[in-house]
Design a binder for this molecule. Structure first.
Ligand code: FAD
Length: 472
């Protein structure tokens, strides 16, 4: 069978993993084909994930900042929300970035083939394009087919009132009452958006706390703020049944611990299911290429992103947690470089930061205290409440906190957890410190601009060193 396209490096999927891998491969001189089922590049992150959610969160922040301003002498009146305008802003943001990607692909002479793809052999892939089936043959392949929203069996998925993150980002309307199933990052970010736009939000979480992956100490300030704003936060609770009724979706709650009483059933105008994501490993006929996929859809890889088939690599959400864009792009670059023969500098990141872009933001990296305790790792720690930060006080946002774990004795940075506005930006300094093996003294000797929130990292280091004098 004659192939329609031939690639030295074929990349399947154009998310942050796939486009990074494709661009890096092209820059390293390879003939690259990038296959994507959707008409725009960028994958989940650019089209229906990171980017549109952050655009809507910006709008939400403008609304809540205006509300908060009333506490310090400035009143703007009630927000008038033109949903078309909000949507247009979000779509403009996405459009700028996806167009940018398309031109970057063109500039690098990456051939983009649009259509759903399946492996047909160890060196061939078939793509269902709008002009019929096309065959792509390849020397090396990087699978970057990502993930999709996980589902709970038995829910009424054909009812448009049941949303997933993609339909929630479409912002068709602002429901009066919204139930969000899942108190993780995606659920709470969407809660932040809809709460600001005027929905009465209820969040239900199976575990005993919100954002279970984060240190409870830094989730508390977020929980305190949203408990006041939202209708209800139900912890240790699951939705056992969800039924379509005339005036909404009826949720039946059950205690996650079994036996204990749960709240009575309630009817909501909309329900957003945000209970995690599952990898797309089962939907690409990987077996035809001989690539192992586990029963949940993950593709196992080694530390050079190689699958069990030596010329086929996999990266991003499809290979494992954490399912984050910056992890995917890091792995994409790595796979491209390994294919180009640059195995000499395979470098493993010491940490991958996580950020919930809620209000306040919650960010963490490296070793977290619950894990240190569970593993019996010795550490020193300090936690700086932002009530000690002049900058935070000046912005009326002193609910934040900066917590850092240090290696016992050497006081090298092991991990950090920050809650507060801009925590997602502040965590970067601690990631760099960890990667560079910096200790508390290094940070304490580094001059930080005053007054900034970044000083809370510096105060923290000084506190653990016992040299703190200049709080505020
Ligand atoms: P994806 O982005 O999932 O891309 C995979 C691509 O492969 C898709 O375009 C898909 O269409 C294509 N594909 C799959 N199968 C086929 C096939 N058979 N044929 C052709 N094409 C195929 N991460 C962050 O780091 N920060 C955030 O703020 C953030 N916010 C998020 C908000 C939401 C609402 C969601 C849902 C996710 C968010 N994420 C965030 C996660 C982030 O989007 C993912 O980690 C990231 O997109 C993974 O990149 P990837 O390259 O592995 O795959």
């Amino acid at each position: 069978l004659e192939a329609d396209y031939h690639a030295e490096v074929l990349v399947l999927g154009s998310g942050p993993g796939g486009y990074t891998a494709a661009f890096r491969s092209a820059d390293l001189g390879k003939k690259v084909v990038l296959v994507e089922r959707y008409s725009t590049l960028g994958g989940v992150c650019l089209n229906v994930g990171c980017i549109p959610s952050k655009a809507l969160l910006h709008t939400a922040k403008v609304i809540t900042d205006a509300e908060d301003a009333a506490h310090h002498g400035v009143t703007f009146g009630e927000a008038k929300i033109d949903l078309d305008g909000v949507r247009k802003f979000k779509e403009g943001v996405v459009g700028k970035l996806t167009k940018g990607l398309a031109s970057l692909a063109k500039a690098r002479k990456v051939t983009v083939v649009t259509g759903k793809a399946q492996f047909t052999g160890a060196r061939t892939l078939e793509v269902e394009t709008s002009e019929g089936k096309k065959v792509v043959s390849f020397e090396n392949c990087i699978i970057a087919a990502g993930s999709q929203s996980a589902r709970i069996p038995g829910f009424p998925y054909d009812d448009p009132r049941l949303l997933d993150s993609t339909t929630a980002l479409d912002l068709k309307d602002v429901p009066k009452r919204l139930l969000i199933i899942g108190g993780g990052i995606i659920g709470l970010e969407m809660a932040t958006v809809y709460d600001a736009l005027g929905s009465k939000v209820t969040v239900v979480e199976f575990m005993d706390r919100l954002i279970p992956a984060a240190d409870p100490d830094i989730v508390k300030p977020l929980a305190r703020r949203i408990e006041k704003r939202y209708e209800k936060i139900l912890l240790n609770t699951k939705v056992a049944k969800l039924e379509a009724v005339a005036n909404g979706l009826r949720a039946t709650f059950e205690s996650a611990k079994g036996g204990e009483a749960a709240p009575a059933p309630e009817i909501y105008d909309r329900v957003l299911l945000a209970v995690g994501r599952r990898p797309n490993g089962k939907a690409i006929a990987a077996d035809k290429a001989g690539v192992n996929v586990d029963e949940r859809g993950w593709i196992p890889v080694d530390n050079q992103m190689r699958t069990n088939v030596p010329h086929i690599y996999a990266i991003g959400d499809i290979v494992g947690e954490p399912m984050l864009a910056h992890k995917a792009s890091h792995e994409g670059k790595l796979a491209a470089e390994v294919i180009a023969g640059m195995t000499h500098h395979v470098w493993e990141a010491r940490t991958i930061p996580s950020v919930a872009y809620t209000d306040p933001e919650v960010a963490w990296m490296g070793l977290q205290e619950p894990e240190a305790k569970a593993k019996g790792i010795e550490y020193e720690k300090a936690m700086i409440p932002w009530a000690a930060s002049g900058r935070a006080i000046g912005m009326a946002r002193e609910e934040g906190a900066t917590k850092i774990l240090y290696e016992k004795g050497t006081r090298r940075i092991l991990g950090a957890a920050i809650v507060g506005i801009n925590a997602g930006e502040l965590i970067a300094e601690t990631v760099l410190a960890l990667e560079m093996g910096a200790d508390a003294e290094d940070i304490g000797l580094t001059i930080h601009a005053h007054p900034t929130l970044s000083e809370t990292v510096y105060f923290n280091a000084e506190m653990v060193e016992g040299t703190i004098t200049d709080l505020m």
